[in-house]
Design a binder for this molecule. Structure first.
Ligand code: DOR
Ligand code: ZN
Length: 430
């Protein structure tokens, strides 16, 4: 490939934006250079007027293999990632069969190898009795469902939780909604089957109770805990009491609320559910004030046919990978987030929390995972442009300004101008 120079762009880091060229070779960033010193290169790519960021790292996706490749497969899911400016995804274990042993992990690894446009890490799941498998595995982290969600991997009983929190040698990522609270609300609303009942059954209270419980246990037992997809003001208030525990927010909880059931119906059904406008405000504030550590999509594709079913038969989850970059870059244009905040929340912090070496920064020696953004490009989100196999987005019709125009994975240009142009350059992060 030789030396490639990304010439004349502006580089984003958590410290701000600065003018520089970026030189890459053999999958790594050689260095950045002032505009007035141009290093020699075999290929020069003009980036004048463009923003150059470290590739986004999405610590929470469901790419559906093994077992559910009718919803998404590794090629389509990782295409959606690079189209959305994402160069690394961490994939959840609620597959069919679930990934709960080293053998399951190895089988998934074999299945996925050589098929990914983006880099990836693989989670292992907790099933209440597989602590040895978890600790002996080289999974990127362990996922613990505090209640049933899509995939029915919920673990009940405090003894099992204490075992995991007391003995896991891995970061624990928890889906925190309280199973008893959900059960109680299900009875109360058993006669209601309108899509919006989902937000009442899996109420804010259910999330707050669970977050509080798991944070307290984690603190007592010294577990490393990361709370997935916080969605309410109440959870942030609890998390403020636990400085060592990290958390993430997903785009749908920042962008959509209960009012949107009217237009989206069960397509908006997701766990945890969308909340109120007040919660959206609190989450944006949480991003600005550093109460939320990272943004992660929880990309959870289901087919249109599945989403058109009645409330009780619709699976929960929304696709998010194609649209992550545009949503973030649009928010920079709208002055919701700064470039520096995006890099911190979506590149540097995820790399730090999940121990992803060589990722998350445009600096000498780091991996050449890079997204080039046209901050002036304005486009609608349309079905025809999506790469996710499920073929729909909760944001269809939305006009966003700021789109990825090139995505490099390990120094290879894999996405350009709306198309996949490169090979399956993704590697597992180990
Ligand atoms: O809405 C959700 N969908 N929440 C989850 O916890 C799982 C996910 C899925 O796998 O579809
Ligand atoms: Zn998830």
């Amino acid at each position: 490939m030789g030396r490639i120079l990304l010439k004349g762009g502006q580089i984003g880091s958590s410290a701000g934006v600065y003018d520089a060229h970026v030189l890459i070779e053999d999958g790594k960033i050689i260095d950045t250079y002032n505009w007035d010193e141009e290093p020699e290169a075999d290929e020069v790519i003009d980036c004048e007027g463009k923003l150059i960021l470290p590739g986004l790292i999405d610590a929470h996706v469901h790419l559906r293999e093994p077992g559910q490749s009718h919803k998404e497969d590794w090629e389509t899911g990782s295409s959606a990632a690079v189209a959305g400016g994402v160069t690394t995804v961490l994939d959840m274990p609620n597959n069919d069969p679930p990934v709960v042993t080293m053998a399951d992990l190895e089988a998934k690894r074999e299945l996925v190898r050589g098929r990914s446009y983006c880099n990836y890490g693989l989670y292992i799941g907790f099933n209440g009795e597989n602590l040895d498998e978890i600790n002996s595995s080289d999974a990127v982290a362990v996922k613990f469902f505090g209640c049933d969600s899509t995939g029915d991997m919920g673990v009940r009983g405090e003894a099992a939780v204490k075992e995991l929190f007391g003995k896991s040698n891995k970061l624990i990522v928890v889906h925190a909604e309280d199973a008893d609270c959900i059960e109680k609300n299900s009875k109360t609303y058993s006669n209601d089957s309108s899509p919006s009942v989902h937000s009442k059954i899996r109420s804010p209270e259910c999330a707050v109770i669970a977050v509080k419980k798991f944070c307290e246990i984690a603190e007592r037992l010294g577990a490393r805990l990361h709370v997935a997809h916080v969605s309410t003001e109440g959870e942030l208030a609890v998390l403020n009491e636990f400085q060592k525990i990290t958390c993430e927010v997903s785009p749908h909880h920042l962008m959509l609320c209960e009012d949107d059931y009217e237009a989206l119906g069960n397509f908006l059904r997701v766990n945890p559910p969308v909340r109120s406008r007040n919660d959206i405000f609190a989450l944006w504030k949480g991003l600005k004030f550093g109460e939320i550590d990272i943004i992660a999509t929880d990309h959870a594709p289901h087919t249109i046919e599945e989403k058109e079913r009645d409330y009780l038969k619709t699976p929960s989850g929304v696709p998010e990978l194609d649209t992550l970059g545009p949503i973030l870059f649009n928010s920079i244009n709208d002055e919701g987030l700064t470039e520096a905040e995006v890099v911190k929340l979506c590149c540097e912090k995820p790399a730090e929390i999940f121990g992803l070496k060589g990722k998350g920064r445009i600096e000498a020696g780091f991996d050449a995972d890079i997204v080039v953004v046209d901050m002036d490009l304005e486009r609608k989100i349309e079905k025809v442009n999506l790469f996710t196999k499920c073929g729909w987005s909760p944001y269809e019709g939305m006009s966003l300004k700021g789109w990825p125009i090139m995505t490099f994975v390990g120094g290879e240009l894999v996405f350009k101008g709306g198309k996949i142009v490169g090979g399956k350059a993704g590697k597992e992060c180990l």
